[in-house]
Design a binder for this molecule. Structure first.
Ligand code: FO1
Length: 315
């Protein structure tokens, strides 16, 4: 089994590459839930849904969130009724999140809800939320105060100055049992190219996951979400700087060095490999990590499997 730690856009794109060469049954994904948000009485779990839609074939692969060809009629009506509608939840997407909300109200755990949705959507891979507790990435801004990550990213389009980032409820977060068993039985764990502060950070900072990854760091590799000092997509640079972290492949290596044994950086950054290796002890490889399309992602997937001598076993 190959397990991914995934947030929003970057890692799902890599997973799509793996899916072109491996069966879904051999893949599992531990997903960030710190982007989850309550809006208009509905509990929305964006990163989990991106992975559910990816594996069920429903994903809008232009945006890499939401359902393809979804309509937004409910949102229009909600707007008319005075609800906040800055978060573009489509009609079918709303149905999934209504199901989730009703299950939460019945006392079902996040793990059970994702399992039920996976079954109903005929998904063969294992998708597990990183915790059953509600955790939340919060951004303290200069002008808008303490806001939810989705407000920072979607409502204010990342155009606000960040003072600090923190993850609410992280200390008390507990892992679903499936997280432990999946990490233990996986042959390869991939920390995907999502942002390390609000996407991967909330996963690897859940105490029990941190302990498990430290124990299994030899079979864990990380893919940098940066090319040079710039993120492939999303607010990574801003968030890293706000956290006092250097937004460079070296900065990524310093964050992940206790949780993995190998880091893949972009080909154009290969001159940094030795320095990163010497400073952090990580084995460093350079590959093309910018995916124009699924073919690029599947090329990286093949190369990762080859480097780990897993290609012949899985493909
Ligand atoms: N991202 C946006 O930039 N704008 C949106 O209106 C938006 C709506 C949305 C609805 C459902 C969903 O599952 C995801 C959605 N996203 C939207 C993506 C999401 O904000 C982020 O990309 C992730 O949370 C980051 O990982």
């Amino acid at each position: 089994m190959i397990t991914f730690l995934s947030g929003g856009t970057g890692t799902p794109k890599l997973i799509q590459g793996f899916r072109t060469i491996l069966s879904d049954e051999s893949l599992s994904v531990i997903v960030n839930t710190a982007d989850d948000i309550w809006l208009s009485g509905i509990y929305i779990s964006p990163d989990v849904d991106t992975i559910l839609y990816l594996f069920s074939g429903l994903l809008d692969e232009n945006k890499f969130w939401g359902i393809k060809n979804d309509t937004f009629n409910t949102l229009k009506m909600l707007h008319l009724l005075g609800f906040p509608t800055w978060f573009n939840l489509g009609d079918q997407d709303l149905a999934v999140n209504l199901f989730r909300t009703l299950m939460i109200q019945k006392g079902r755990s996040q793990e059970d809800i994702v399992k039920a949705l996976s079954n109903l959507l005929n998904i063969e891979s294992t998708i597990i939320p990183c915790t059953n507790n509600h955790i939340e990435s919060r951004i303290i801004t200069e002008k808008k105060g303490d806001i939810h990550f989705q407000e920072f990213w979607v409502k204010y389009k990342a155009k606000v100055n960040i003072k600090q980032v923190y993850i609410k409820n992280l200390e008390s977060a507990e892992i679903p049992e499936a997280v432990r068993s999946t990490i233990e039985k996986s042959e390869l764990i991939i920390i995907g190219p999502s942002n390390p502060v609000t996407s991967i950070g909330p996963i690897i900072r859940v105490r029990e996951i941190a302990e498990l990854l430290r124990k299994h760091k030899d079979k864990t590799i990380a893919i940098s979400p940066l090319i040079g000092n710039k993120p492939v997509s999303g607010p990574t640079e801003m968030l890293m700087k706000a956290e006092g972290l250097e937004s460079t492949p070296m900065g990524i290596a310093k964050i992940y060095k206790d949780y993995c044994s190998c880091l893949i950086i972009d080909k154009t950054d290969s001159d940094m490999s030795n320095q990163i290796q010497n400073k952090t002890g990580l084995e460093v490889f350079s590959e093309e990590i910018l995916f124009k399309d699924t073919q690029d992602a599947s090329r990286l997937a093949c190369s990762i499997l080859n480097r780990r001598e897993l290609y012949d076993k899985y493909v």
